[in-house]
Design a protein around this ligand. Structure first.
Ligand SMILES: NC(=O)c1ccc[n+]([C@@H]2O[C@H](COP(=O)([O-])OP(=O)(O)OC[C@H]3O[C@@H](n4cnc5c(N)ncnc54)[C@H](O)[C@@H]3O)[C@@H](O)[C@H]2O)c1
Length: 267
């Protein structure tokens, strides 16, 4: 899409690339509460500030006393990247504050239904993504299509591998669980996923490897006696996750309801 910009009586047609920069400059500046100020929180801060937003609250384990409903209320939107143990209560606190929340913490999804109910009850805004990277969300779409194509071909067995850094606390990764869910929806010969090698063909194997450094690799492999088809996504750094989280925050600010990254990206 091209944009027409008036300049002293003349009209200048902007090139698409310039147009994107132009659009980015005119995004409404937001006040952001960063709940979780570790590797991701810091990467998000850099992207958010570059896009003209301000950080009004930063919370880590060193200042938990600042993590209050009143403090969160100063923000237009909250971005939560803490970890499996703390995500649930942080999300509820943001909903209590009436501030829409984008959550990237993984490993807490057993409480997702409770969060969805709380969000609807409080008339709040909530967006969770196991992975905020635009590339991974495109990879998800490819995964769904490949699974649909493979569904009528039982000669192929399917396996997921995820590789992350050794500090990662949850296993398998939230992204691998999303990939598994997409596969299980299409390939009904698999009845569920397991996080270990399995001889049971009803089980979808997710293999987790922990090595340093590794921002995140996910591979889906279909193998038969005849051939192998693999799709792989490898993150080179955390920038993609952080940019996606800020895009999601820009999307959800001022909105109410339950959202996913596919809503942000228009899939
Ligand atoms: N969805 C995605 O795209 C994506 C991408 C990368 C990481 N992650 C997930 O995000 C989470 C954070 O990752 P990270 O690499 O930044 O971890 P990290 O350990 O570097 O940072 C965690 C931060 O949360 C803070 N924290 C811990 N407990 C807290 C609590 N109770 N209240 C407030 N703050 C608390 C810590 O002090 C630290 O600042 C993990 O669950 C990780 O798996 C998600």
């Amino acid at each position: 899409m091209f944009c027409l910009k008036a300049r002293k009586g003349s009209v200048k047609v902007l090139e698409p690339k310039t147009n994107r920069k132009f659009a980015a400059k005119f995004i409404r500046s937001m006040k952001i509460a960063l709940i979780g100020y570790g590797k991701m929180g810091k990467a998000i801060e850099e992207i958010a500030v570059n896009r003209g937003h301000s950080i009004v609250l930063k919370v880590s384990v060193d200042n938990l006393e600042d993590n209050t409903v009143e403090a969160i209320r100063q923000a237009d939107v909250a971005i939560e990247f803490t970890g499996p143990e703390s995500a649930f209560e942080n999300i509820l606190r943001c909903l209590e504050a009436g501030v829409p929340v984008v959550c990237g913490s993984t490993g807490w999804l057993d409480k997702l239904e409770a969060v969805k109910s709380a969000c609807l009850q409080k008339n709040g805004g909530f967006l969770y993504a196991s992975n905020f990277s635009v590339g991974v969300n495109i990879f998800f779409e490819v995964n769904k299509r490949l699974a649909a194509l493979m569904a009528p071909h039982p000669d192929y067995d399917v396996q997921i591998t995820e590789i992350h850094h050794t500090e990662k606390r949850d296993s398998p990764s939230g992204t691998a669980i999303s990939l598994a869910g997409q596969i299980l929806e299409k390939i009904h010969r698999k009845k569920g996923w397991v996080n270990h090698i399995s001889d049971n063909l009803d089980e979808l194997e997710i293999l987790s490897e922990r090595v340093d450094p590794a921002p995140g690799t996910h591979r889906v492999k279909y193998s038969s006696e005849i051939d192998t088809i693999e799709i792989t996504h490898t993150a080179h750094n955390r920038k993609g996750f952080a940019t996606g989280a800020v895009l999601a925050a820009e999307f959800i600010a001022g909105k109410k309801g339950l959202f996913q990254m596919s809503d942000v990206l228009g899939f």
